[in-house]
Design a protein around this ligand. Structure first.
Ligand code: PEP
Ligand code: MN
Length: 265
């Protein structure tokens, strides 16, 4: 299989316009709001992200919400705002595509295409993304096994796209004290089985603000190539996922601690 260690022994480094993810490259942080809300909000998020040391701006313009009545995202307008904000602060963009019909549009604005947990096995979407050859962040399905996740990545690789980043974002278990169960063991397991990098999403992984920092630190310590984390100038007012979102101070404090671990490992 193309994603396997047998196929390639060296670590694959995914190069996002000069920002390198994987192997012995520094731990990369992707930060931004759950949803792009307004132009001012995404510019503030980009400023905070850049000042804190993030290299990539996250933000959803197409949102996979549990309820059809919840905010679904600003769509193309959100993509435009995010691109402008990222360019101002010299950040790369990562955003989710939910539907093959929107792939060309999303690809026009973003640097990394995100496949959400709910679409890990949307095979036609994976194949279409494979054909773009663009960097792609493949989130682990809500109940995805490691083997299913590797096979999902294979759908992308089989179309010729070798720019895959695995994203551990927690899985559903019997435990309800946290939103999901963040499976940090997936990091060394994926690293053994695949040459592609793996990063961690502590925000969706635990879903509770006070637990984001300890799990972000653990993600770096366990050897992940980076993380993706939700931030907002005013999490209490966020249109989605405010309960798991860090404010400016919390984010910057966490980034300082991450830099200490970076030195130590
Ligand atoms: C997200 O990152 O915005 C998101 C919806 O995450 P997930 O697909 O992991 O639920
Ligand atoms: Mn979210």
């Amino acid at each position: 299989k193309l994603v396997s260690r047998e196929f390639r022994q060296d670590d694959t480094i995914v190069d996002v316009n000069g920002v390198k993810i994987g192997g012995d490259e520094p731990f990369i942080t992707m930060a931004g709001p759950c949803s792009v809300e307004t132009e001012a909000q995404i510019f503030e998020c980009a400023r905070i992200a850049a000042e804190g040391g993030a290299k990539i701006l996250r933000g959803g313009a197409f949102k996979p919400r549990t309820s059809p009545y919840a905010f679904q995202g600003l769509e193309e307008l959100g993509l435009k705002y995010m691109r402008k904000a990222a360019d101002k602060y010299h950040l790369q963009v990562i955003t989710e595509v939910m539907d093959e019909a929107h792939l060309d549009m999303v690809a026009h604005y973003t640097d990394i295409i995100q496949v959400g947990a709910r679409n890990m096995q949307n095979f036609k979407l994976l194949q279409a993304i494979g054909k773009t050859k663009m960097p792609v962040a493949l989130k682990r399905g809500i109940a995805g096994t490691i083997d299913e996740w590797l096979n999902a990545a294979e759908y992308i690789a089989a179309e010729g796209n070798m720019n895959i980043i695995f994203v551990e974002r927690g899985i559903r278990t019997y435990e309800t004290a946290t939103r999901n169960t963040l499976d940090l063991s997936a990091v060394p397991v994926i690293q053994k089985l695949s040459h592609f990098p793996i990063i961690v999403d502590p925000s969706h992984g635990v879903g509770i603000r006070e637990f984001i920092e300890p799990l972000a630190l653990a993600s770096e310590a366990v050897g992940a190539s980076g993380m993706i984390v939700e931030i907002h100038p005013n999490p209490e007012q966020a249109w989605s996922d405010g309960q798991q979102t860090l404010n400016e101070l919390e984010f910057k404090q966490m980034m300082k601690k991450l830099a200490v671990i970076e030195e130590a490992i």
